[in-house]
Write a protein that binds this ligand. Structure first.
Ligand code: GAL
Length: 841
């Protein structure tokens, strides 16, 4: 009888027929406004300034060679002596203290429970309420929370967050401040705690799926008498991706219980995949004495992951290779300050290229990124650490606190993200020196076992680079998936020696390139340095440890046990400006990206797209065709294309047909090397040259003359099916603006990315222009930031002007809270200005 009553209640409640009493509801607020910030910490003489969270105190610069200048030996890069590493962490002023304070209002205390959740605070956070210490959290990338019931009183309370960054704490730009969101969560005394549900789908068939939901409940009163505690009724209904109720359950919970598992059958489940990211929602009500005291929502997906020895990785039974990229957390000109529109823009660009996965190297992601990957269909390898406790790479980094904090950090990470279908693998670290043996093995086992105990449904991996050690000392064999950074030439040897029977490229390529810059002669080269501090856009240059993309494509294509790769990196990031990292200021951002720091695609974008998008053709030629002064000189041309064959024409004159040479097998790249140590730089360049003929069409002997470069593509039957061309642009004439979106949300956070270029009078883009462009924004939005992708540029991101680099820059415009038109204008000396209207709704 009671059950029936509860069900009626639940159905009514879930259909919105009843209104919950206000004080029974869970109220979660994002604390974005009302903050004050003091650079230098509370004790500094600086004034408090009003800021909005998320906030990165260092991104406005100025850039300076002396910011976090590090004199270090990078063992991972085979260095033997300490040298000055300029721009290693981005050259921005992130070191030192910062304090944030804000009032929080507590409406009532009786029977209520208040928790503050930090999505991440950079770093060494000390949180206090009304002058009383609430929590300490050293690691800047992790989410953490604290209950503040005993520290608050009814009415206004003061929240203070003190942060401190150290020199040599990182190998890239970490950001600074409350750069991720902060939430105040108010619930009833009886409630589901933060990350208090865990959903798994142990059985997935075509016609039904089993869903288990473990739910934790806190705050119910216990007693010494029968039934030994307060009885709480838990009601959960599951909603399909289109919002229909598909399953439900009502269960009693007695306070002494250790959480509880509800089980559901879902008929004809709509599976989550990268193409169809279907999400179900579990809505849970907690009732005490017939009264709803808490409501809790969990999004989840139904999908199967199978990592099958020798055969590969299967998503929902379909053989799938990881076409992944590694990304650092910064958002280029926005710095580390998280912004959902910026993340969506990144994920959309990556999907358009055909990527299906991201590795969050080498730290926990913002929760927004995980949600976006769930929603947009992008798989994730989540990785918490670049350092463990043994011989850490960064002197003042995580290694200092690993022993004390690693368990808490891993616990929060897994609990926070284990319901996300996009998460398909946990990586417990990156290139940790612990690979060399004890005590590293103990660290590995501790982390692996902890992850397994919190989430047995996903495999554990680790990005390894000490191939010889990890094969012989058991480190690699102790992982579910052995994952290696670089050296595809050893994959076969690794596969044959390890018991795991699968190999993953956790980091691949690290090809260095600059957008729109081309170096001659064109040939595969390691550590090439030029006077202009750029790397070649042909995608032929790499570092001493890395390679061109073509080698990784071959490994993916030829080895079924190779489950794919994560390219280093999807986007350029602040810091690590290899190969210009040693006393090479002003370089201060990376050159590894497929996209530059302004989110603009480099040529390698098309190379990846040509392999990764089987459903949509790619036909791209390079270089640009504006080579004043190179007339009569050999200027090689490449086509990055999904078509097997093409013919090139210069001003209508055929330069011949080229066909991809599919006979060059991956196994060829290691011919003659029995042991990994024998692979020389010359071998590497030779392999690269061979493999390039399999994945690119190359015309080595084209002689430059201005005019038109045209390529006609042929299908497998030799029929002409597509063409594209590039023309020598004439005199710069007008500005061209291309926004990624023209309709935004008026929420004060949404962004439009506007590509700014110059065209000649006929509309041909001028690929070499470098003039400064000034921006103005009027109406329902404001200028947020600009970037040009030049790793040597010291121009501040937050000023409404930017010099073009290789003829392009990106301006970012942000909405206000008001709906209306946003008018963006760009002007520059010597060319006609341009105007664009974006609508904010
Ligand atoms: C790897 C490392 C990455 C990045 C990369 C650059 O060894 O794991 O964090 O430094 O090299 O190629």
């Amino acid at each position: 009888m009671l059950m029936k009553k509860y069900f009626i209640f639940m159905v009514m409640a879930l259909s919105g027929a009843i209104t919950f009493p206000l004080n029974a509801q869970r109220i979660s607020s994002r604390l974005t406004d009302g903050w004050e910030f003091k650079q230098g910490g509370v004790e500094s003489q600086a004034a408090w300034q009003n800021v909005k969270i998320p906030h990165d105190w260092a991104i406005t610069g100025p850039f300076d060679r002396d910011n976090d200048l590090q004199c270090v030996i990078i063992e991972q890069n085979n260095e033997k002596e300490a040298t000055w590493k300029t721009g290693r962490t981005g050259g921005l002023p992130f070191i030192g203290k910062g304090a944030y304070k804000r009032k929080i209002y507590i409406p009532e205390q009786e029977g209520r429970h208040y928790t503050i959740v930090f999505d991440g605070a950079m770093s060494n956070a000390q949180v206090s309420i009304n002058g009383h210490h609430a929590i300490t959290w050293p690691y800047g990338y992790n989410s953490f929370y604290v209950n503040i019931d005993s520290l608050v009183h009814q009415g206004e309370n003061e929240l203070l967050v003190q942060l401190e960054n150290f020199d040599k704490q990182s190998r890239w730009y970490p950001g600074a401040g409350l750069y991720r969101n902060v939430h105040l969560v108010e619930t009833d005394r009886v409630h589901v705690p933060v990350w208090g549900t865990y959903i798994t789908t142990p059985i997935v068939k075509d016609d039904y799926a089993v869903v288990n939901m473990c739910i934790e409940i806190e705050g119910a009163k216990q007693s010494d008498e029968w039934p030994y505690g307060e009885t709480i009724n838990i009601m959960t209904a599951i909603y399909s991706p289109d919002g229909k109720e598909v399953s439900k359950d009502s269960t009693k919970y007695i306070a002494r219980g250790q959480g509880l598992t509800q089980k559901f059958i879902i008929n004809n489940p709509e599976l989550w995949s990268t193409d169809s990211p279907n999400l179900y929602t579990a809505k849970t009500l907690l009732l005490r004495n017939d009264k709803v005291v808490d409501t809790y929502e969990t999004k989840f997906g139904i999908r199967t992951l199978e990592y099958i020895p020798e055969k590969g990785f299967f998503l929902n039974g379909i053989p799938t290779k990881f076409r992944g990229v590694c990304n650092h957390h910064d958002l280029g000109p926005l710095g580390a300050a998280i912004n959902e529109a910026a993340l969506r823009h990144q994920v959309a660009l990556l999907k358009e290229m055909g990527a299906n996965a991201i590795r969050t190297s080498h730290n926990m992601p913002a929760p927004e990124l995980v949600r976006i990957c769930d929603e947009m269909g992008m798989m994730l390898m989540i990785e918490p650490f670049d350092d463990w406790g043994f011989r850490p790479k960064s002197e003042n980094g995580y290694g200092k606190v690993f022993n004390e904090w690693a368990q808490r950090d891993v616990t929060n990470m897994v609990r926070q993200f284990r319901n996300s279908p996009s998460v398909v693998m946990w990586s417990i670290g990156n290139e940790v020196p612990s690979q060399w043996g004890q005590p590293g093995m103990d660290e590995l086992l501790m982390l692996r076992n902890l992850v397994n105990s919190l989430d047995p449904t996903r495999p554990v991996t680790c990005g390894m680079d000490q191939i010889g050690s990890v094969i012989s000392n058991g480190f690699a064999a102790a992982l579910d998936i052995p994952a290696f950074n670089y050296k595809p030439q050893y994959y076969e040897m690794i596969y044959n020696r390890l018991p795991n029977r699968l190999v993953l490229g956790s980091e691949t390529a690290s090809t260095v390139s600059s957008r729109g810059k081309y170096m001659f002669p064109v040939k595969p080269k390691s550590d090439a340095l030029y006077d202009n501090h750029q790397s070649s856009g042909y995608g032929t240059e790499y570092c001493s440890w890395s390679n061109i993309p073509d080698l990784d494509f071959a490994a993916d294509d030829d080895y079924p046990w190779m489950i794919g790769q994560f390219v280093w990196t999807g986007f350029d990031y602040l810091g690590e400006p290899s190969p210009y990292d040693t006393d090479a200021w002003p370089n201060h951002s990376s050159m590894f990206g497929i996209f530059d720091l302004a989110s603009l695609p480099k040529d390698t974008y098309y190379l990846y797209r040509s392999q990764w998008r089987k459903d949509s053709p790619t036909l791209h030629i390079l270089p640009h065709w504006n080579w004043e002064g190179r007339e009569g000189e050999v200027t090689p041309v490449m086509a990055f294309t999904s078509y097997p064959e093409a013919e090139l024409f210069v001003n209508g004159v055929s330069q011949g047909r080229r066909k991809k040479d599919t006979s060059v097998a991956a196994s060829k790249i290691r011919d003659g090397w029995k042991e990994y140590k024998d692979y020389t730089p010359e071998h590497r360049a030779e392999d690269a040259t061979n493999l390039m003929n399999r994945y690119r069409l190359i015309w080595d002997n084209v002689v430059y003359q201005p005019g038109e470069l045209k390529v006609v593509a042929y299908d497998a039957d030799g029929k002409p099916v597509d063409e594209t061309s590039v023309k020598t642009a004439g005199k710069p004439h007008h500005i061209v603006l291309t926004p990624n979106r023209t309709s935004l949300t008026a929420d004060g956070e949404d962004l439009a990315y506007i590509t700014v270029q110059i065209a000649d009078k006929d509309g041909n883009i001028v690929p070499t222009d470098s003039r400064k462009v000034e921006f103005s924004v009027k109406g329902a939005g404001s200028f947020r930031a600009a970037a040009n992708g030049d790793p040597t540029s010291l121009e501040p991101f937050h000023k409404p002007q930017m010099s073009l680099f290789s003829g392009a820059a990106t301006a970012i415009v942000q909405t206000s809270d008001n709906a209306g038109d946003i008018v963006f204008e760009a002007k520059a000396k010597g060319v006609k200005p341009a105007k664009l209207t974006i609508t904010a709704l």
